[in-house]
Design a protein around this ligand. Structure first.
Ligand code: GLU
Length: 419
């Protein structure tokens, strides 16, 4: 069962613990404990049946000391200010870890996209964009896709913002459709980045990927691309799940045919997929399977204390943001289970977003090879700084990641004369 813990408290506990290990006095990093700005927008939307509904959206701008605010927009029934606030802070740390010139932000609209038509989704997106338009800008705050938002949603955001400004502004969002300024390789970048992190930690731990088993929670844009890439690297993907349930196959799932099934499913779900030796399991079973790699690629607070106590996974690579509670983290550490933390593991998405933004600002386009090569370089060097910092301080990779991020943020704050 998902924990109800306030994700912002989780973030604060992680931040304070890392500052303690780094011997950093509170005055030096206190600004990171607070978001710089937070906005709530309420906007009416006409539904297909002619009724009017008021939706609530958020945008939290956590920190801009290293550059413009950057972060995705999520559409989900559980979206609330506490969640968006935590996700915004994680973006600040993530961008610092991969060393790209962005701060952190996040947005969201409380709605259930599975019950909305495309037209309703478009009207919600446009109304939300108009609501936050005075607060964002291509060099102020640049949104991107997140849970339940995609290139089409970014296309609508870009169009609405361009209308608001009276000129074409492709650099206002990243993760756009390729034909209107999106970048080749951006859609796949988060999942590919996760796979690169699996490859790097496997090297450190002496695990042969051709012998490795993997379980993936979540089969959306991130989980499905990670499955495809890891399958390509020779891993055996034994379990995957989405909102329709979880599937297990001891000999490994046939990922290409599962992807084909999901592609042709009206709601893009794994439900109804068949293969020899396939078993239906539940979410808790998936999270506690005996595998080399467990990849949570869904929402926050999934790896609770119970899961942490019971899981038989060797290594957890966090593709989702905030999937592990602070308490669970301590249990995993005591049990010697390595966690490659979210703010490193899923940073491939925002890294590719940065490359898309750079292309937009320069009015040029990169081929996919160039994007992939640059993404790999950033992800591998970031992995090394986090891994080495953790080793040097004799701590977890999560603490190592925070220490790398905080030291860059504190240095920028000092140099700008803010402390
Ligand atoms: N939503 C993604 C994340 O959580 C990507 C953000 C971006 O590209 O700005 O990292």
């Amino acid at each position: 069962m998902k924990s109800n813990k306030n994700p912002y408290d989780n973030m604060l506990e992680q931040l304070d613990a890392a500052a303690k290990i780094a011997d950093l006095p509170i005055e030096e990093y206190i600004t990171l404990r607070y978001p710089e700005r937070e906005f709530t927008v309420n906007f009416p939307v006409e539904m297909d049946d002619g009724s009017t509904q008021v939706f609530t959206g958020y945008r939290v701008q956590h920190n801009s000391i290293r550059g413009p605010y950057k972060g995705g927009v999520r559409f989900h029934p559980d979206v609330n200010m506490d969640e968006v606030r935590a996700l915004a802070a994680w973006m600040t740390f993530k961008c610092a870890i991969v060393d790209i010139p962005f701060g952190g932000a996040k947005g969201g609209v409380t709605c259930d996209p599975s019950r909305l038509s495309q037209k309703e989704l478009e009207r919600i997106t446009r109304a939300y964009t108009v609501g936050i338009a005075p607060l964002i800008g291509p060099e102020v705050d640049i949104p991107a896709p997140d849970v339940n938002t995609n290139a089409q949603v970014m296309g609508w955001m870009m169009d609405s913002y361009s209308t608001y400004r009276g000129q074409n502004v492709p650099s206002i969002v990243t993760g756009k459709p390729i034909s209107i300024g999106g970048s080749l390789g951006r859609r796949e970048a988060t999942g590919k980045g996760v796979s690169l992190m699996v490859r790097e930690i496997a090297k450190e731990k002496g695990i042969d990927l051709k012998e490795a088993t993997v379980a993936i929670q979540g089969f959306g844009n991130v989980g499905s691309v990670a499955a495809e890439t890891l399958y390509g690297m020779g891993c055996t993907i034994v379990a995957v799940s989405d909102i329709s349930g979880a599937l297990y196959c001891q000999n490994g799932l046939d990922i290409p045919s599962l992807l084909q099934h999901v592609d042709s499913h009206p709601k893009h779900l794994i439900e109804g997929y068949t293969q020899e030796g396939l078993e239906c399991i539940d979410n808790h079973m998936l999270l506690t399977l005996k595998v080399d790699f467990l990849i949570p690629a869904a929402l926050e607070n999934q790896i609770t204390e119970d899961v942490a106590r019971e899981t038989k996974a060797r290594i957890i690579v966090e593709a989702a943001n905030g999937p592990t509670t602070f308490e669970a983290d301590n249990i995993l550490e005591d049990r010697g289970i390595t966690v490659v933390p979210d703010i490193l593991a899923n940073a491939g998405g925002v890294t590719a977003s940065y490359f898309e933004w750079v292309q937009n600002l320069q009015y040029l386009t990169w081929d996919e090879e160039k994007l992939d090569a640059n993404l790999e370089k950033k992800m591998v060097s970031s992995f090394q700084s986090v891994y080495n910092t953790a080793k040097e301080k004799n701590t977890s990779m999560r603490m190592g990641a925070y220490i790398v991020a905080i030291s860059r943020l504190v240095e920028a704050t000092r140099l700008r004369g803010k402390i």
